[in-house]
Ligand binder design. Structure first.
Ligand code: NAP
Length: 267
């Protein structure tokens, strides 16, 4: 049986050009039919953001889908292939099936004050923030109350999301083989009266984080690119998800090479 491949691209001209070049290579050279429904392999063309969108489209069937990213800008964290490597990519699709690498995801349960709740999976992170006023929340790790947080908000990220928003708020870069979550503060209030940990914390895979909101009014929750809507939020619970994301792995990419390429790039 032939591999069922779906392609998702962003609407930038460069991505559209790559799409036009990749389709005949896959269909004619590799003899693989592209499908819209139930793909086994999803190829994204664009950036890490495009891969995030594809993840959210297929996150209900993660055990059946492999992802593969072609980057049309710089090398990404979810995108192994460059736009000038399409022939090599097609050869790999023909030759080499079944190899994959998987990474942890974040399980998010948002509880609303009317008793309802919503469940999400995040590939990068989830944040809780409050608009103009200080967010006040009790932060629990397992049953232990760690602190009463005051500040702009909190971010909880996956290892692969550690290089995204988490890094911008001072979090550490985590190797994706580490099955852990990272809690990072967004502009915490620390003075003689109020005190928080004041540094990012790495939470092990047997632990969970619960944030019980104490401030009144609207809080904003994000899950990757999504804004969560609903009535007033009372608490949010984070743990490592049972599901993982699986990437087709036709060649090894050194994680710290990606980090260097994205953030330092001195040679
Ligand atoms: P966007 O605002 O259009 O792009 C945000 C940037 O984050 C893009 O350059 C994207 O790379 C990059 N990115 C996404 N995932 C990454 C990862 N795991 N490691 C390193 N960089 C990553 O938003 P978007 O494309 O829809 O992506 C949503 C994500 O953007 C969120 O999950 C959040 O992590 C991130 N974000 C970061 C900030 C910040 O750092 N202050 C603010 C808002 C959102 P590409 O160019 O390859 O797509």
């Amino acid at each position: 049986m032939t591999l069922r491949i779906g392609i998702i691209h962003n609407n930038e001209q460069k991505s559209l050009d790559v799409f036009q070049r990749l389709v005949p290579l896959i269909e004619k050279k590799a003899g693989i039919k592209l499908v819209e429904r139930d793909p086994e392999l999803v190829i994204t063309i664009g950036g890490d953001g495009t891969l995030l969108s594809a993840f959210h489209r297929y996150n209900h069937k993660l055990s059946d889908v492999l992802f593969l990213g072609v980057h049309t800008g710089h090398l990404g964290f979810y995108t192994d292939w460059r736009d000038y490597e399409l022939e090599e990519l097609t050869d790999s699709l023909c030759r080499n099936r079944g190899k994959s690498v998987s990474y942890p995801l974040l399980d998010v349960v948002v509880n609303f004050s009317d008793g309802r709740s919503k469940h999400f999976l995040a590939l990068n992170e989830s944040t809780i923030r409050k608009g103009s006023r200080t967010m006040v929340a009790d932060v629990y790790i397992k049953e232990e109350r760690l602190e009463r947080f005051r500040g702009d908000g909190l971010s909880v990220s996956t290892p692969t999301g550690s290089t995204a928003y988490n890094k911008s708020v001072g979090g550490a870069v985590l190797h994706p083989s580490i099955s852990a979550l990272q809690l990072a503060e967004i502009a915490s209030l620390n003075n003689r009266v109020f005190r928080t940990l004041g540094s990012p914390a790495i939470i092990g895979n047997q632990e969970w984080i619960e944030v019980k909101l104490r401030s009144q009014g609207n809080h904003m929750i994000t899950v990757d690119q999504l804004d969560v809507s609903g009535p007033e939020i009372s608490s949010v619970k984070y743990k490592i998800a049972e599901e993982r994301i699986h990437f087709a792995s036709y060649r090894h990419m050194h994680f710290w090479h990606r980090v260097k390429d994205a953030f330092i790039r001195e040679d």
